[in-house]
Design a binder for this molecule. Structure first.
Ligand SMILES: N[C@@H](CCC(=O)N[C@@H](CS)C(=O)NCC(=O)O)C(=O)O
Length: 283
């Protein structure tokens, strides 16, 4: 077994090309001080896998965004799962915020990147820098701004309304909170109505789709289960079609939790004393 594999105790999620071709970088060094199942011998060659830190089972919607981007861009990566609360010191020494997603990039100095929006833009830039063509973040400045505006809406408006409605335990407030959420969701319906293709900003799957999809995927599963709520075809025809198109993408399939797993994760929040204000702050 090559030293690269010998020293990695995390499991692999390589794109098949990397493993099958057996392209092992020639120059490598041992990072023995970095714990967390990852005493790695890696190098800075472009084919060296990125290290992707996520929650066990990739349950986090923010981390799912980054896994979708990694897969769409066909960048080789290894997964290291981080568990525990508070996060272990070895992880805090990498990312002081203690959050996933976090990326460790095989440059000479092992760059650390975190925050899902920043990770995903970085991955697009990284892919471009190694001459990998992609459409996730187009070069047109207006489309780039629209992607960022939609993503800002997701993090600062939509996700909060979704979780406030989900977590509400006062029956007389449900209608009002549902209306707030639907009004935030309408931004996506409108974007799709104005789109010239099946995705939010045209015919290509972009970082705007990647950013919001994990939240809408969870919305569909959890609101049906806990609130008996379903997106209605008369209000959200385009959004419903977009959900099916996104669900058919390999990157989405490979990064998604099963429905039962989603419910078991959310049971902890919804049936517990968890304050979703926490998640709101997580934006
Ligand atoms: N704003 C961050 C949010 C990330 C986040 O909150 N991740 C959660 C998991 S869903 C996390 O790592 N929580 C660990 C903690 O807060 O200790 C992003 O977009 O990446």
């Amino acid at each position: 077994m090559h030293t690269l594999q010998k020293y990695m105790r995390c499991y692999y999620a390589h794109t098949s090309g990397f493993v099958a071709a057996g392209r092992i970088p020639y120059h490598h060094r041992i990072i023995s001080e970095l714990k967390g199942g990852y005493d790695a011998t890696i190098g800075a060659a472009p084919s060296t896998p990125l290290q992707f830190f996520t929650m066990p089972g990739n349950t986090c919607p923010y981390a799912q965004r980054t896994m979708i981007a990694l897969k769409e861009l066909q960048l080789p990566f290894d997964i290291t799962e981080v568990s525990g609360m508070p996060k272990p010191d070895w992880f805090l020494s990498i990312n002081p915020r203690g959050k996933v997603p976090t990326l460790r990039v095989p440059t000479a100095d092992y760059a650390i990147i975190y925050e899902s929006a920043i990770c995903n833009e970085f991955l697009c830039d990284y892919a471009t820098s190694i001459e990998r063509e992609h459409t996730l973040m187009p070069t047109d400045p207006f489309i780039r701004a629209r992607i960022r505006l939609l993503n800002d809406h997701c993090d600062n408006v939509f996700a909060r309304t979704q979780f406030t409605y989900l977590m509400n335990k006062e029956d007389d407030k449900n209608d009002e909170l549902c209306t707030d959420m639907e009004s935030a969701l309408n931004t996506y319906e409108e974007a799709l109505v104005g789109s010239e293709g099946s995705y939010l900003l045209g015919g290509d799957f972009t970082l705007a789709d990647v950013h919001v999809f994990p939240f809408i995927q969870r919305l569909v599963i959890t609101l049906k289960h806990y609130k008996d709520y379903e997106l209605q075809k008369d209000k959200f025809p385009k959004l419903l079609a977009w959900i099916d198109i996104c669900l058919a993408r390999e990157s989405v399939k490979e990064s998604s939790m099963a429905k039962e797993k989603t419910i078991s994760v959310y049971d902890r929040f919804v049936n517990g004393d968890y304050k979703f204000g926490g998640l709101n702050k997580n934006k």
